[in-house]
Design a protein around this ligand. Structure first.
Ligand code: GSH
Length: 219
């Protein structure tokens, strides 16, 4: 049995989306981010990323974490690439070269794109997006995103997918990273191939099921 430690309102969303696509049974152990609690160390605090029981499983103190039998894996994109490799094509890599491209795009997404999409989401969620300070912060991140977005625009206008000519877990990985910038819809629309691809990814039933579960969770 596969177990995901984490909540839908975290990067575990990308793992839940992929698991929905694969139709695999899994167990969810709800581990909430410690910073979302007033007192994560309180005796009645729910299991959280600072709880000793969770740190014993994952010393990094972050969700998501996957357990597959005795095997424990952290890092959301490593988890998706592991699940995808196990599943194989079509949603996983068909060969070593595709597996390498899954890694390439996961690393590009995590190191070059996500550091500028996530702060955009936070600025909106924390209601700072319409303040002068928030607007300046968002503009700064948008400026940093123009280059990777141009890269993705060129890439996606060729095949319409991140790897190969079909929907794969590599699409889930990048789509979930870009979702964080979607409150700035006009910016995404400047890159029509990215915009169309993102909308197509998010029209999938497995994505919608993930969003439904996420919306059902306390904010
Ligand atoms: N690069 C990691 C980031 C993990 C991460 O920072 N997770 C957040 C939730 S999305 C977390 O657990 N934060 C808890 C904390 O910082 O205390 C991944 O993709 O899994």
């Amino acid at each position: 049995m596969l177990t995901i430690y984490g909540v839908y309102r975290s990067r575990a969303s990308r793992n839940f989306w992929l698991l929905n696509e694969l139709g695999l049974p899994f167990e969810q152990v709800r581990v909430i981010q410690g910073y979302r609690l007033d007192n994560p160390a309180a005796p009645d605090a729910p299991l959280n990323t600072l709880s000793p029981d969770f740190l014993a499983i994952s010393p990094a103190g972050a969700v998501p974490v996957l357990k597959d039998g005795d095997f424990v894996l952290s890092e959301s994109l490593a988890i998706n690439n592991y699940l995808a490799r196990k599943a194989g094509a079509p949603i996983g890599p068909a060969n070593d070269q595709e597996a390498a491209l899954f890694e390439q795009w996961a690393l590009y997404g995590m190191t070059t794109v996500e550091p500028h999409t996530l702060p955009i989401l936070y600025a909106h969620v924390e209601k700072r997006a319409r303040t002068a300070e928030g607007k300046a912060e968002i503009v700064g991140h948008i400026d940093k995103l123009r280059r990777p977005m141009a890269v993705l625009q060129t890439h996606l206008s060729q095949t319409g997918h991140m790897v190969g000519d079909r929907f794969t877990a590599a699409d889930i990985n990048m789509a979930e990273i870009l979702r964080y910038a979607q409150p700035e819809a006009a910016f995404i629309a400047e890159f029509p191939a990215v915009d169309a691809w993102l909308k197509a990814c998010q029209s999938r039933p497995a994505f919608k099921a993930m969003v439904e579960a996420r919306n059902a969770e306390p904010a």
